[in-house]
Design a protein around this ligand. Structure first.
Ligand code: GLA
Length: 676
């Protein structure tokens, strides 16, 4: 993997990056020196600077104040702290939206988003784009060669959806590029239905009011357009900073399970995928969904290390109840990110704010100062981040992949009109991922455009919307010897959200070896009994399919109800591979048993079989070493883990061979020579 910019960045920070968002513009200069002293004490080697500082950098149109930033950049550099310099374009200043209210996004209900939060811009607004380009250029002119600069952080958490005039105009341009002429648009959007035929491009608008029962193909394209419009903003700023200097990595920070931007399309445009993640400390299972996110972020750029750009040192302030991260949890969550491929541990934010909406959001340096529990934990973790430097740049190998697709997410959740309208794609994906996590399988997350050749098993949760190329990729994977595990309501519609012809599941009928006559969502409270051919019995609910086997065979059939005797789980030998299709929502234990059984049959490597689920085990490696991460999520019991060969625990420096004991909420990172 050649990523010279990221390699240079790793060398620059000396391994893992450690630090957080730094907002000196909110503090008197007298505080800055103390900040930098304490940053050094905490092992900070990188700060994200200026994220929302537009109003401080350009207080009036065309009037710039860079003095404070010069001073801060110099101070950080003198103290050996590198800068991830942000373009401040997520927070347009009041003068801009006051002069040009059309910059403010109009929401789906027709209301204009007022000033006073952030992300208050329509990504299609030419005025916004012009001003954003201008401040970006000014920053790049001034700081591209500042010795503190190590990375560019473009804007922040790209997200707004806007229904302004400019969005409609942008949408029309986007559609013309995609479909060429109106005839094609009318065809792919099925506009003869309810007489929605367009005869002039000017009639095509962003789909704001009415909000329900809209044309599903139009909504789908508007989701795609919005993601692309935001991406255009990113690319425009990226290209400006790149035109000044080519060797500095450029990233933006993505969000956890964010539905409105297709990160598969974004990731190739940046040097590293970067994630902001705020698992709720009150959720005892939050680390499982974090694990999926971390695997996704590692996978977004084909397995390259990614950046944990923001997390909380303790509590957040965005929920009704914001509980603390109990002692040890912040460390464990941070090591978990590193164990799954992160080359950084960063926080929002360095110093807790006194005012503003996030005044109670925890920080590396809390209101209670350096004597606080949080600061002690932050400083201790900073030391450990230093000890883990050898891990930076290493990668992970997986033989199982889970398909995760934004178009399908939109198809399942953005619209009504499906046989049932309470699909949660994320919950479904997590239902498939959880058993893989509990059994310690290394998992990559893939799109239908990913290279599937490294995998033995491909897990396909509810792939309702799949385009022809995607369907062909999944089919080819099985044909050439892979195992596909697929769940119900897959392969139903094409890229334009139109039902595929010749019966369900259009794209996958041959693959699963069965035809579905009708989808039978369950009535509230309805449960079914399912008998497996191997003698097991399980319950199922939520969904059934009136399925008719063609080449497939029944792994399980319904034991009751009107579909009694019909297949509930189908197996089909296909080409050199195999497909297992779940036509109902099985109780989790039964689903896990079948899924894990298929992984074993497919010969997927598992070095941690038999270890307790709460001991998270992962491996990163390079040509010479492997790094075994053992993370104990249980707050009470230690776990003894057999370890082959001679290793060293990087966190303690002690030899680790024979057996390693991982204390409650504790961790070990064992380095040893790579097995042949
Ligand atoms: C996001 C933002 C930060 C901060 C945190 C904490 O990730 O990027 O600016 O608001 O959330 O809520």
């Amino acid at each position: 993997m050649t990523d010279p910019r990221m390699r240079a960045f790793r060398d620059r920070v000396g391994g893992l990056a450690y630090g957080g968002d730094y907002n000196p513009e909110q503090w008197d200069p007298g505080v800055w020196r103390e900040d930098v002293r304490l940053m050094r004490e905490a092992g900070v080697n990188l700060v994200s600077l200026g994220v929302f500082a537009w109003a401080s950098l350009e207080p009036e149109p065309g009037e710039y104040e860079f003095g404070w930033l010069d001073e801060v950049m110099d101070l950080l550099h003198e103290n050996g702290i590198a800068v991830n310099l942000a373009t401040p374009t997520a927070a347009p200043p009041a003068w801009l939206t006051h002069r040009h209210p059309e910059v403010l996004p109009v929401m789906a209900d027709g209301e204009r988003f007022g000033f006073g939060n952030r992300l208050h811009y329509d990504p299609s607004s030419p005025i916004y784009r012009e001003h954003a380009a201008n401040i970006t250029r000014r920053l790049a002119e001034r700081y591209s060669f500042h010795p503190a600069l190590a990375m560019w952080h473009i804007s922040n958490e790209y997200g707004p959806t806007a229904y302004n005039e400019a969005a409609s105009a942008g949408f029309r341009r986007w559609l013309r590029r995609r479909y060429g002429d109106l005839e094609t648009l009318n065809e792919v959007w099925t506009t003869r239905f309810w007489g929605q035929v367009y005869t002039d491009w000017d009639q095509v608008e962003a789909p704001a009011v009415p909000r329900t029962w809209m044309n599903p193909s139009r909504i789908l394209d508007f989701k795609r357009f919005t993601s692309d419009a935001l991406l255009e903003c990113f690319v425009a700023e990226r290209d400006i900073v790149r035109s000044f200097r080519d060797d500095i990595p450029i990233v933006t920070n993505f969000m956890r399970f964010y539905r409105h931007a297709d990160y598969w399309r974004w990731a190739p445009e940046e040097d590293a995928a970067a994630l902001d993640i705020y698992p709720d400390p009150a959720d005892p299972d939050a680390h499982v969904s974090s694990a999926f996110q971390f695997d996704l972020f590692r996978s977004l750029k084909g397995g390259r290390p990614w950046l944990l750009m923001e997390q909380a040192a303790s509590a957040v302030s965005q929920w009704r109840l914001n509980v603390v991260k109990e002692p040890g949890r912040m460390r464990l969550g941070s090591l978990q990110a590193v164990s799954r491929g992160a080359d950084s541990v960063m926080f929002f934010q360095w110093r807790a704010g006194r005012g503003g909406h996030e005044r109670f959001h925890s920080a590396m340096l809390p209101h209670s100062g350096p004597g606080s529990r949080t600061f002690r934990e932050v400083a201790a973790l900073g030391r450990e981040a230093g000890l883990l430097a050898p891990v930076a740049g290493t990668t992970t190998r997986a033989e199982v992949a889970v398909l995760f697709d934004w178009n399908n997410w939109w198809g399942l959740e953005e619209l009504w009109g499906l046989p049932r309208n309470d699909f949660s794609y994320v919950d479904t994906v997590m239902r498939h991922y959880r058993p893989l996590w509990e059994h310690h399988y290394a998992v990559d997350v893939v799109s239908t455009r990913s290279d599937l050749s490294p995998y033995k098993v491909l897990v396909v949760p509810n792939a309702y919307l799949v385009d022809d190329e995607g369907a062909a990729a999944v089919t080819e994977f099985a044909r050439s010897g892979g195992t596909v595990v697929m769940s119900f309501f897959s392969g139903v519609v094409d890229a334009c959200n139109r039902v595929r012809p010749d019966g369900y599941p259009g794209a996958f009928r041959r693959l699963i070896g069965a035809k579905i006559d009708e989808y039978w969502p369950a009535r509230p409270g309805e449960r079914f009994t399912v008998d497996f051919a191997d003698g097991h019995t399980a319950t199922a609910d939520w969904w059934r399919e009136d399925i008719h086997l063609e080449t497939g065979t029944a792994l399980a059939t319904y034991a009751d109800g009107l579909l009694k005797g019909r297949a509930a789980v189908v197996a089909n030998e296909f080409g050199a591979g195999r497909v297992v299709y779940f036509a109902t929502l099985l109780e989790q234990d039964a689903f896990d048993r079948v899924l894990i059984g298929e992984l074993r049959t497919a010969g997927v490597e598992n070095r941690f079989d038999g270890l307790p689920a709460h001991l998270e085990c992962t491996v990163r490696e390079d040509e010479r070493h492997e790094y075994l991460f053992l993370l104990n999520h249980d707050a009470e019991a230690s776990v003894a883990v057999p370890v082959e060969g001679d290793g060293t625990d990087l966190l303690t420096g002690l030899p680790a061979s024979g057996e390693v004991t991982v204390p409650p909420l504790g961790a070990a990172v064992v380095r040893r020579a790579r097995r042949a």
